[in-house]
Design a protein around this ligand. Structure first.
Ligand code: FES
Length: 256
């Protein structure tokens, strides 16, 4: 669906105080132009941008989320916070895609305090991208309330994700290539699906059941999950005694 021509996106921007915020300031002082879509939140480091902040911004119907940090190697904090931001952006994009939110709505960039013009270029480009995607939920073709409940489930999963990250998802090389390689590895992909995405899907299915959706097909449509995936999770939940299955209908065992 094409975005309305008068659509004015809301982009939440988390900017590191030491670099990107300085770049934005220089951009303004130098009178470089960029569209007025950005709502700035100044943080001391891009590594402070928790996954929860990203999911909450979208749950409040931000059309885009921007994270701006110092260039790799220039972070003011040890161990380098901007590598944490890089890892979080890979993870957030993966979870957003699973929920049904277009991951292109999230962007991470490194901008130094001396790169006012680069800040304007990045914001012009990202603003145009978000404008072309349209309001949150429209390019996704999904009900906004359904996306919001998926984001809520993802937010609640963040503490669990952090535990798993500490034990299983440590990136061995702190270089940009090291991060890209790690997050593209098939064994990481498999483990992330098993440990995180399946858990998230189950939480969302339980939420749909609680909201009164009883058919496997209805759940699949509401959550944007493949029917086979919904069926497999319902089967598992039934074996655990959490869900009662009758043919194609399911209900929470405790609600009976
Ligand atoms: Fe700027 Fe860490 S201080 S990204």
């Amino acid at each position: 669906m094409a975005a309305p021509s008068d659509f004015k996106p809301i982009i939440v921007g988390f900017l590191c105080n030491w670099c990107c915020y300085g770049g934005a300031d220089l951009c303004g002082v130098s009178r470089f132009q960029y569209p007025p879509y950005l709502r700035v939140i100044r943080l001391m480091c891009s590594g402070r941008v928790d996954l929860e902040f990203i999911f909450r911004a979208f749950a409040k119907k931000a059309d885009g989320v921007f994270i701006g940090g110092c260039h790799l190697g220039d972070c003011h904090y040890n161990p380098e916070g901007n590598y944490d931001a890089l890892g979080n952006s890979f993870v957030a994009k993966r979870i957003l895609a699973d929920i049904g939110v277009n991951p292109d709505r999230l962007r991470l960039e490194w901008v130094s305090a001396g790169e006012g013009i680069r800040f304007a270029e990045v914001m012009n480009e990202f603003g145009a991208k978000i404008k072309s995607l349209g309001p949150f939920g429209s390019s996704e073709g999904r009900d906004v309330a359904d996306l919001q409940s998926g984001l809520e489930a993802a937010t609640q999963l963040v503490p669990y994700y952090k535990l798993v990250e500490r034990e299983r998802f440590r990136v061995p090389k702190r270089t940009e290539d090291g991060y890209r390689e790690f997050f593209a590895r098939p064994d990481y992909d498999r483990l992330f699906k098993e440990l995180i995405l399946d858990k998230l899907a189950m939480a969302r299915i339980m939420g749909a059941l609680r909201a009164g959706e009883g058919s496997a097909g209805g759940i699949s449509q509401k959550l944007g999950l493949e029917p086979s995936r919904v069926a497999a999770h319902l089967e598992l939940l039934s074996k655990q005694g959490i869900v009662r299955l009758e043919g194609n209908q399911a209900q929470l065992a405790l609600a009976a």
